[in-house]
Design a protein around this ligand. Structure first.
Ligand code: IMP
Length: 430
């Protein structure tokens, strides 16, 4: 059995897409286990930049079978548009290489409308959601009133969809938002159901069989550890389990599937966050502009899904240690190391100060982060351009020193570092 779980170790946007694409060269399956089209995974292949929201990033490797697991919330309209986008770019999508779990929850326009109404009702206390209906869809799932992919196959699907829209209209009314007309939504979903019917399967059984046959399965996490509904900076989190154990429930795998799992935590070389919530190492001004980039490049720090500028800051080693523990990481994969070139010193947060106390761990998880001041350690920077480096030994000593400090802080090895946006701009520690 060879399961590799790839998760974000920060607040999402760590660059998981391109790392999944890298590992997918050796895998048979790439399977998303959580979230929906709130995710935005960017992969650069030659001159082409792919932005994927629902379909696993591994799909860009031609031998990969992509899975949308039962833990996901899937907007069928976005899914069909993404399938068309890929097909239009020469990546053929067919029921032979893309499977949607029958148990995945559906996101409807009613969920989208409710997400927006709830956010505007929160006023200045808003979460800063992506507006993709994620929270309302998971709310319906937990309330056992959600619609699942398999429901699209039933002859009375439109009736259920109509009931769901009517029910959501009642809540929208409470928030002063306009009602939706169920008829056009039913017509839209009838066509989508027709299109997606051949893709709906029992993906849990398929993945179990693949693992038993010794095939490599990549479980591709969306968002990041600190956005996990249970373990993140609650309430400024998403509505799913983004951490590695969620791969099992979100794909329908048993515990034994993870017995020898490789658990890769993708870590951006600095810290970013979109939306509201605490961020102890956040910086502003010139340094922030420098880390964020101009916005001209697809890899600059602007949301792939919403286009919002990301908040940026120094790497937080305390939170990284927390993410290592929660996910059971076996390795760290560092992205965007090249962005740190020219900054000296480089700062890493190694503890927090609160009153007279210095903390190297989080007594109540990341819930109280807003109370803490970061304690930094300064490390030497480097000036060399990293973009053409492919051998670990060729990295400047200061860059290796930075990575070694992260290994020391977390107790797990760094195995890979990206030094540019291109597929091949990766340095592997052998
Ligand atoms: P939601 O997932 O749209 O409900 O948004 C909840 C929080 O998670 C907000 O702060 C979003 O900005 C954040 N979020 C959701 N998806 C992503 C992602 O893929 N990357 C980074 N942040 C995300």
């Amino acid at each position: 059995m060879t399961l590799q779980v790839i998760v974000g170790a920060q607040w999402g946007d760590e660059g998981k897409g391109r790392i999944v694409d890298w590992f997918a060269a050796q895998a048979r399956y790439a399977a998303r286990f959580n979230g929906g089209d709130n995710a935005g995974h960017t992969v650069t292949v030659g001159q082409r930049v792919f932005k994927l929201h629902l379909i696993p990033s591994g799909i860009l490797q031609p031998h990969i079978v992509g899975i949308l697991g039962n833990g996901m919330v899937v907007n069928p309209q976005t899914l069909v548009e993404e399938m068309d986008m890929l097909a239009g770019n020469g990546i053929p999508i067919s029921p032979a290489r893309l499977h949607l779990s029958y148990a995945a929850q559906l996101i409807t326009p009613a969920h989208n409308a409710l997400d927006r109404a709830l956010e505007s009702g929160r006023g200045k206390d808003n979460i800063g959601t992506t507006g993709r209906g994620i929270g309302p869809a998971y709310t319906d799932k937990a309330a056992r009133s959600g619609l699942r992919a398999v429901d699209m196959l039933a002859p009375d699907f439109c009736e259920h969809l109509g009931d769901h829209v009517a029910e959501t209209n009642r809540t929208l009314g409470l928030h002063g938002a306009p009602h939706l007309d169920p008829a056009p939504i039913c017509n839209q979903f009838r066509l989508l159901a027709e299109h997606l019917k051949p893709y709906i399967t029992d993906t849990a059984a398929e993945l179990d069989a693949a693992l038993r046959a010794g095939q490599n399965v990549l479980a591709e996490g969306a968002q990041g550890t600190l956005l996990d509904i249970d373990h993140g900076t609650y309430p400024f989190v998403t509505s799913s389990n983004t951490t590695a154990p969620g791969a099992l429930t979100g794909l329908g795998l048993g515990l034994t599937a993870a017995r020898e799992a490789r658990v890769s935590g993708v870590v951006k070389a600095f810290q970013t966050r979109v939306g509201s919530g605490p961020f102890p190492t956040e910086v502003s001004g010139e340094l922030a502009d420098r880390l964020r980039g101009s916005g001209k490049n697809p890899w600059d720090e602007f949301g792939t899904t919403t286009g919002r500028p990301r908040r940026v800051g120094w790497l937080d080693g305390v939170l990284l240690r927390y993410a290592t523990r929660l996910n059971g990481l076996t390795e760290l994969v560092i992205t965007k190391l090249d962005i740190l070139t020219g900054l000296d010193p480089l700062r890493v947060c190694v503890a927090y100060k609160t009153g007279q106390e210095t903390l190297t761990d989080l007594p109540f998880g990341p819930a109280d982060l807003h109370l803490y001041e970061p304690v930094y350690e300064d490390l030497p920077g480097w000036t060399e351009d990293l973009g053409t480096i492919r051998d670990w030994e060729d990295l400047p000593a200061a860059a290796r020193g930075y990575l070694e400090r992260l290994e020391h802080l977390t107790g797990v090895p760094v195995t890979l570092a990206s030094v540019g946006p291109e597929r091949e701009q990766v340095v592997e520690k052998r």
